[in-house]
Design a protein around this ligand. Structure first.
Ligand code: THU
Length: 130
């Protein structure tokens, strides 16, 4: 499953629209046998840019899937690039603390973390109960 997800994330990276940063990112997320992909989509306003991980998650949610087992992120960075803080927060909404986040380049997976390692103290719905 991870091999397939990695391949799909690498394919998605090729679709990245990154004319401003030239930093192309592909993401794939899995939920059981289901797989969703995304790429970063930049905007001339800069602030309108959306990361590959969130594109993949929103695509999945729009298709009715709201819980994920794995997130694979493909960049061309030599040092494996972790997801940004916004994406980690969105992952915390839909993933488990033990969800695996695989960091890769198009050729190979370089590193794997659990989400709780990358975002140890997420803001969550419990804080909204008071
Ligand atoms: N980017 C992602 O797609 N995912 C991340 O987790 C980090 C950053 C994108 C956003 C922007 O298009 C480019 O990489 C440079 O920040």
């Amino acid at each position: 499953m991870i091999k397939k997800a990695h391949k799909s994330a690498a394919q998605a990276q090729k679709k990245a629209y990154a004319p401003y940063s030239q930093f192309k990112v592909g993401a794939a997320i899995t939920s059981g046998a289901a797989l969703f992909t995304g790429c970063n989509v930049e905007n001339a306003s800069y602030g309108g840019t959306v990361c590959a991980e969130r594109v993949a998650i929103w695509t999945a949610v729009a298709a009715g899937t709201k819980s994920f087992d794995n997130v694979v992120v493909v960049t061309d960075s030599e040092v494996p690039a972790p997801p940004c803080g916004f994406c980690l927060q969105v992952m915390a909404e839909f993933c488990k603390p033990a969800t695996r986040v695989w960091l890769a380049n198009p050729k190979e997976i370089l590193k794997v973390y659990e989400l709780r390692e990358l975002l140890p103290k997420p803001f969550g719905p419990d804080f909204l109960d008071d």
